[in-house]
Design a protein around this ligand. Structure first.
Ligand SMILES: *[C@@H]1O[C@H](CO)[C@@H](O)[C@H](O)[C@H]1NC(C)=O
Ligand SMILES: *[C@@H]1O[C@H](CO)[C@@H](O)[C@H](O)[C@H]1NC(C)=O
Ligand SMILES: *[C@@H]1O[C@H](CO)[C@@H](O)[C@H](O)[C@H]1NC(C)=O
Ligand SMILES: *[C@@H]1O[C@H](CO)[C@@H](O)[C@H](O)[C@H]1NC(C)=O
Ligand SMILES: *[C@@H]1O[C@H](CO)[C@@H](O)[C@H](O)[C@H]1NC(C)=O
Ligand SMILES: *[C@@H]1O[C@H](CO)[C@@H](O)[C@H](O)[C@H]1NC(C)=O
Ligand SMILES: *[C@@H]1O[C@H](CO)[C@@H](O)[C@H](O)[C@H]1NC(C)=O
Ligand SMILES: *[C@@H]1O[C@H](CO)[C@@H](O)[C@H](O)[C@H]1NC(C)=O
Ligand SMILES: *[C@@H]1O[C@H](CO)[C@@H](O)[C@H](O)[C@H]1NC(C)=O
Ligand SMILES: *[C@@H]1O[C@H](CO)[C@@H](O)[C@H](O)[C@H]1NC(C)=O
Length: 380
């Protein structure tokens, strides 16, 4: 009896039969979900093909032809965390050229994944939001003016910084130098201001001063906005035109517990956790005193931050020109993209990366901001 096997990452799948061969076809992918008690379940799925002679027909149905099936194997988590260190440019020019043409970007910041393999990009210096289908060579403007002109009307933007989407790909984004947050419906030719007075900075509950980051709770539609120069995080309930201060600033939201925000403090080189309803933060990553550095426990101007379903943290450590990965609960990180303290244009380097997101297969999309491109690092 022959033992045939395929090596799937760290697992061997044994087939015990004669004259059979087995090969993987299609993608090997990970699926993460929660069981009913909230434990994260990870599985590796591999689609395989068995071909074998008549002798083993009793082992496999339809054996004389080919059998295509998927095998799902429980996966221990540590082996999940590996990425290809060579990136692929998925938006903008790999050469780093910036510009307003459809195939270019200029200082991309926030990104978000939409339906049908689309990537939405806050094309900061071009004052527009671009939608880029994966593997397409060109993007299309979905908010702002496609020619890259700044403005303060309902069709123009001034330094949009980050964007989030709802399940219908309606956009919510910060329009930084217009000091407003905009709601722009999918396919619409203009947006409406949720809050802020266009072009005028303010510090009341319905105004902003240079809003940058935005996050959305998909279950309630609540928006959280980093009101940068007011040093506070504002919460806007769905459809509300006025918000409450939930972190920083002077006031505190009340009555909400157990919901925590992770906040990247670029100027103090750290990541903090602020439980809504609490009166202060706790340090998660970086220096408590604001010290910057390039060791595995320090950061230098972290801007973008994202979490995966297991609670691991990914940080765009912009001035260290790298993406740092931190296991949930740990503050000692590993560089998974870019080279520490070594900015560059090659496909394994980054230059001032400002944003990182992960898709449901843990692939990374990195806004390689000073290189005017978005890089993809496949999870392996
Ligand atoms: C991932 O697992 C969940 C729960 O078991 C299941 O509902 C979902 O269909 C799976 N996704 C894929 C792509 O297999
Ligand atoms: C969820 O997974 C954990 C860890 O494997 C297990 O102990 C627990 O019994 C599971 N809960 C259910 C309802 O299956
Ligand atoms: C990593 O990505 C590069 C660029 O796409 C590709 O050429 C290479 O084969 C990949 N390496 C692995 C181990 O998948
Ligand atoms: C992409 O954009 C470039 C620059 O505007 C243009 O020359 C090219 O024709 C476009 N390609 C496609 C496929 O639209
Ligand atoms: C993009 O292209 C790569 C390689 O060319 C391919 O493996 C991948 O499936 C494509 N993705 C989509 C969404 O078409
Ligand atoms: C950009 O497009 C807008 C709207 O079409 C137009 O008003 C403006 O003049 C254009 N700017 C440049 C520099 O072409
Ligand atoms: C917000 O407005 C939309 C459109 O009017 C509506 O469908 C939705 O239910 C509203 N959400 C809340 C929480 O009121
Ligand atoms: C602004 O929000 C705070 C809570 O964040 C609240 O205490 C205050 O009354 C609000 N001010 C106005 C004018 O609504
Ligand atoms: C961080 O992890 C590295 C690699 O495991 C180890 O060498 C180093 O001592 C750790 N640093 C701290 C401060 O724990
Ligand atoms: C960290 O930065 C120092 C300069 O501040 C540099 O000499 C050193 O090479 C950097 N470390 C790494 C790992 O690049």
């Amino acid at each position: 009896m022959a033992y045939l096997y395929i090596l799937c990452m760290y697992y061997l799948i044994w087939i015990t039969s004669a004259n059979a061969s087995l090969s993987t076809i299609g993608n090997v992918y990970y699926n993460m979900s929660y069981n009913s008690t909230g434990t994260i379940i990870t599985r590796l799925t591999v689609k395989y093909q068995i071909t074998c002679a008549a002798q083993c027909a009793n082992l496999f149905a339809n054996c004389n032809t080919a059998v295509f099936d998927s095998l799902t194997i429980p996966q221990s988590t540590p082996s999940l965390y590996r990425w290809n260190v060579t990136g692929i440019t998925v938006a903008g020019a790999s050469s780093g050229s910036g510009g307003t043409a459809d195939n270019l970007l200029s200082r991309p910041y926030g990104t978000a994944l939409g339906s049908f393999d689309s990537l939405y990009i806050a094309d900061f210096n071009n004052h527009r939001i671009q939608k880029w289908l994966i593997n397409e060579s060109n993007g299309t403007t979905v908010a702002g003016l496609s020619n890259g002109t700044a403005g303060a009307s309902s069709i123009a933007l001034n330094l949009p910084t980050s964007v989030v989407l709802d399940s219908n790909d309606n956009m919510y984004f910060t329009d930084r130098d217009n000091h407003r947050v905009v709601d722009w419906a999918n396919g619409a030719s203009s947006g409406s201001t949720i809050a802020g007075i266009t072009g005028i900075a303010g510090s009341t509950n319905n105004t902003f001063y240079g809003p940058c980051g935005i996050a959305r709770d998909s279950s309630t539609g609540t928006l959280y906005i980093a009101d940068t120069y007011n040093h506070r995080i504002m919460q806007y309930l769905s459809n509300a035109s006025s918000g409450t201060v939930v972190a920083g600033g002077n006031g505190l939201g009340t009555g909400i517990t157990q919901l925590a925000l992770l906040i990247a403090n670029a100027q103090t080189n750290n990541i903090v956790r602020w439980v809504l309803g609490a009166s202060s933060w706790t340090l998660v990553i970086g220096s408590p005193t604001g010290l910057s550095g390039n060791t595995s426990t320090l950061l230098s101007q972290p801007i973008g931050i994202t979490l995966d379903p297991m609670g691991n943290i990914y940080v765009a450590d912009s001035q260290n020109h790298r993406i740092q990965f931190f296991f949930a609960g740990q503050s000692n990180g590993t560089t998974i993209a870019g080279v520490t303290s070594s900015p560059g244009i090659s496909q394994h380097k980054l230059n001032a990366p400002c944003w990182v997101i992960v898709d449901n297969q843990l692939n990374l999309y990195v806004s390689d901001t000073a290189n005017n491109r978005v890089q993809f690092f496949s999870h392996s």
